[in-house]
Design a protein around this ligand. Structure first.
Ligand SMILES: *Cc1c(COP(=O)(O)O)cnc(C)c1O
Length: 357
């Protein structure tokens, strides 16, 4: 029975490795430090009581709230089902299957390559330089043939570094008229001065991805944004599903983008950045820690002596980290999301115990 349908699946899908999301990997944790979520939730209520009508395709109130937050006109903002939907829409809009290519710069967020593979678009992987984490501009330039989209994650997940504005501008100048540069700013609130939003007016081929999942602490809501020039937003509006943002999502997202909501987000960012700096100072004192990479986001990449044992023993104690050992340049590395202060304290205690035995 099964064999009668499985052979119908597209070839590039049949062998596809699905995204190893934190939820898929599982674990029985009490301290979750593996998905870069915020440790503490704000509480929301809604006055919406009826759901018989479809929502607006692009809820005006939501679009204007986000436009206001990023100081852009509303026609430069698209709301999506998480930033992840934006990643996919762009490939659908720009890349011819079986012909065009994207560039991504590993180690980085896996969803760029995965979405391209699903859509049968070639992935050109141009790794960042080891330890400095700079993008390899020359190599990107040599490989631009057939490339329509270049995905840059800034701050980069999982390394935590910032790609300098000069480097991004060089990339924009190099690709003018031939490819689009997509800057994934999922974590930019933790280092907001490094945003490229102000450059949208200079570069028609710049696109920025944003989300409410990280600094806004709304990963469960599924709401993200694509920022670009009007012409690109118009194209994306043609291909996005008719009702991507549910009534409830729009209502709560608008609340989170109120003056008060933004203030709360900013104070959360300050707290998490302080927790991160404390965690890094404490990790520096522990002998089993090999190297801590500087971070501008709500996670930190750390290489360990005995990384497997550390990961496993913490897992058994309900502290769930993200193993990055399988990725290029990241041998023995674990990524630690920044939790609440008490979670950071617990983590340090447990690593110290493991370090001593
Ligand atoms: C978490 C994350 C996303 C996904 O954001 P959603 O809005 O939850 O889909 C996108 N890009 C990067 C780099 C991320 O880490």
């Amino acid at each position: 029975m099964k064999d009668n349908v499985i052979h119908l699946v597209r070839k590039n899908i049949a062998n596809l490795q699905p995204y190893q999301s934190a939820r898929r990997i599982g674990g029985n944790g009490s301290i979750w430090l593996n998905a870069n979520e915020c440790p503490i939730s704000s509480l929301f209520t809604t006055n919406i009581t009826s759901f018989n009508r479809y929502p607006e395709s692009q809820p005006k109130n939501l679009i204007s709230s986000y436009a206001n937050y990023v100081h852009l006109p509303s026609d430069q903002v698209l709301a999506t089902r998480g930033a992840d939907e934006g990643i996919e829409l762009l490939i659908k809009a720009f890349c011819n299957p079986g012909n065009d290519a994207i560039v991504c710069c590993p180690p980085t967020y896996d969803m760029y390559a995965l979405n391209a593979s699903i859509l049968n678009v070639q992935v050109k992987e141009i790794p960042i330089f080891k330890n400095t984490w700079k993008i390899d501009l020359k190599n990107i330039q040599y490989n631009l043939n057939k490339v329509k989209l270049i995905y840059i994650c800034n701050p980069n997940n999982p390394t935590g570094n910032i790609i300098s504005k000069e480097n991004i501008i060089s990339l924009l100048n190099m690709t003018f008229g031939s490819a689009i540069v997509v800057i994934d700013e999922a974590y930019i609130e933790f280092s907001y001065k490094d945003s490229m939003v102000n450059y949208l007016k200079c570069y028609p081929h710049l696109i920025i991805l944003r989300t409410l999942s990280k600094a806004f602490a709304l990963a469960g809501l599924r709401c993200g944004f694509t920022l670009a020039n009007k012409e690109i937003i118009d194209i994306l509006n043609r291909i996005i599903s008719p009702y991507p943002i549910s009534t409830i999502v729009a209502d709560i997202a608008v609340q989170s983008l109120s003056k008060d909501g933004i203030k709360k987000m900013q104070s959360r960012v300050l707290t998490l950045n302080l927790n991160r700096d404390w965690l890094i100072r404490e990790l520096e004192k522990i002998s089993v820690v090999k190297k801590i990479f500087n971070s501008h986001a709500n996670y930190v990449l750390v290489s360990f002596h005995m990384h497997k044992k550390i990961f496993q023993k913490l897992w058994e104690k309900g502290i769930i980290l993200r193993n990055q050992d399988h990725k290029i340049h990241l041998k023995k590395c674990l990524r630690i999301s920044i939790g609440s202060y008490s979670e950071c304290v617990r983590l340090i205690q447990e690593i110290k115990i493991l370090s001593d035995i």
